[in-house]
Write a protein of this length. Sequence first.
Length: 434
Amino acid sequence: MIPRYSRPDMVAIWSPETKFRIWYEIEAHACDAMADLGVIPRENAEAVWKAKDVDFDVARIDEIEAVTKHDVIAFLTHLAEHIGSEEARFVHQGMTSSDVLDTCFNVQLTRAADILIADLEGLLTALKCRAYEHKETVRIGRSHGIHAEPTTMGLTFARFYAEMDRNLSRMRDARAEIATGAISGAVGTFANIDPRVEEHVCDQLGLVPEPISTQIIPRDRHAAFFATLGVIASSIENIAIEIRHMQRTEVLEAEEFFSKGQKGSSAMPHKRNPVLTENLTGLARLVRMAVVPAMENVALWHERDISHSSVERNIGPDATITLDFALSRLTSVVDKLVIYPENMMANMNKFRGLVMSQRVLLALTQAGVSREDAYRLVQRNAMKVWEEGKDFKTELLGDAEVTAALTKEEIEEKFDLGYHTKHVDTIFERVFGE
């Protein structure tokens, strides 16, 4: 990803220096295990650790690869330059390139998952804080973009919290599923390497051995991982879209924080645009872009091919770096989001009580009016509000058929806002616990 949408800790996971360091650790730990099993001399295994503090020369490895046309061989050649050809002769004993590449990739993905999990935890903290802050802040709920019935801003934040909490569980599951390693040799049969080597390497790297690999780790694990990233990205967009709608001039129930000196438009000095949440919508698309290729990587030829390789070299860094940035940006947006309760109430009352129509409908049916007739009576008066700007309650009180079934006091009571917020505490207990 470009630096504009990147954060350093996640970027570092995908740097060539980090990759080669992990490759080195895989090879060194494998040598230790083989020495313990008596397969290679102990002194050769110990010699490999002489490179423990070496900064591998990426340019030199690239130079060797330009000749060998093989990245792992290029790295092994460079490693031998540091520890000596004789000392390095047992490095990679019985292993195949995918043992290094796949195990490294999964180490990188688990490290990326750890950052994403921390990101989600930070976002959840922000959402919970804003939910309690606006627990009783009444706003109109909308369906199809049209006024429906009252809700609260706190409930809006709470539902986003619940969604992201599910995503946190998904991310933890995805991390567990991807945290496997394979040091099983050509076609995965362990013919030239003891399974205990794999167990040792995985233990040292915080992985578990892949129960059965071919020459690669099965790609359904990676498909599930990137699908999880895609779901999280969609949830980010879900929140971003709500904020963008709330910031529209004719709504203006909330807006992104507009800092001193910030400019909204090169042409129109008055503009305050929802640029951060629009950016999040775009970033979500980029993350989801990785999902289908990851799914298509599951089906490979026989014990392996490398059609997945070029895909993963791109989507691994791009999707995780982008999602990390997006989660951080969204947390900041939520933290600083400016809420306008007065505008929420003004929007609520824009159609002069119309949002209480269901309460009147139900009251009429409870008073003995058929549902069909009750709907007709309520809609008849509601349309006057839509079309003529009338006051809904006034129209109901002037409708003889309505007042024949309901007293003035019963009609008046149906316009109590508190009726719609009486179960907010119950919902909060379900979302956040006691």
